[in-house]
Design a protein around this ligand. Structure first.
Ligand code: DX5
Ligand code: ZN
Length: 235
């Protein structure tokens, strides 16, 4: 993985057919996605349960791009090694999920993965000011984590802009997670985002048997995001 700020579309497999992850991943990659976003939920930190390291390990051979693992679990330290061993390229954790995020981020790097921070809508950037030098990615949640298909929270756009300023020249991606569509993508890209997670907006209308809509959906989000970049450059 080399660093650049090009627009990257990362479909969340939370919206895929859970009985068919391997084929779903092959389909979204064939249809042009850049990363694959994997949402791990524990029924405790968030009010929903998904899957753990064995599932991540099972799907890993199907991912040719980047495996972007978003941990919504608490406590998290116990599981870092297992997710790294399962083949996660990126492991993002929530500072709200524990008292020792600094240590957790160091543990992710030591385990051979790229550390990331995911920030809930109600959390300010103060909590990450002293963690920025440890991370490769910061994910701004634009919904409260737990479920796909929720409405984008517009108040987070200012947070993206503030984060972009805080990051300065550091090689840190800004990822957006929740309610990303062709309508909302330009707003966050104009504010400084480069990685766009999208679950329902990518998987809607398609299936493994009929994957073309995945491609249309990915291209629609990308086109809207690129247009915001162009407008920014022209201004
Ligand atoms: C929410 C997850 C998201 C979610 C996004 O807790 O972290 O990745 O799947 O889904 P959409 O794009 O449908 O809001
Ligand atoms: Zn996520």
């Amino acid at each position: 993985m080399t660093f650049d700020r090009s627009i990257k579309i990362a479909p969340s497999i939370l919206s895929a057919d859970f009985a068919n992850f391997g084929a779903e991943i092959q389909a979204i990659e064939a249809q042009g996605c850049d990363w694959v976003h994997v949402d791990v939920m524990d029924g405790h930190f968030v009010p929903n349960l998904t899957f753990g390291p064995p599932l991540c390990k099972a799907i890993r051979p199907h991912i040719k791009t980047v495996m972007d693992v978003h941990l919504m679990i608490s406590p998290v330290d116990l599981f870092i090694e297992a997710f790294a061993e399962a083949g996660a390229d990126i492991i993002s954790v929530h500072p709200e999920a524990g008292a020792h995020t600094h240590r957790t981020l160091q543990a992710i790097r030591a385990a051979g993965a790229r550390p990331g921070l995911a920030i809930n809508p109600g959390t300010g950037l103060d909590s990450i000011a002293y963690l920025l030098d440890l991370v490769d990615i910061v994910c701004i949640m634009t919904v409260n984590p737990g479920f796909g298909g929720q409405k984008f929270i517009h108040s987070q756009i200012d947070k993206v802009r503030a984060l972009r300023a805080m990051i300065g020249d550091r090689p840190i991606h800004i990822e957006i997670d929740g309610g990303v569509t062709p309508e909302t993508a330009p707003l966050v890209v104009a504010a400084g985002a480069d990685v766009l997670v999208a679950g329902s907006a990518v998987f809607k209308g398609g299936s493994v048997a009929n994957p073309a809509p995945y491609g249309e959906n990915i291209r629609a989000i990308r086109a809207a995001a690129e247009a915001a970049r162009q407008a920014d450059r022209a201004a």
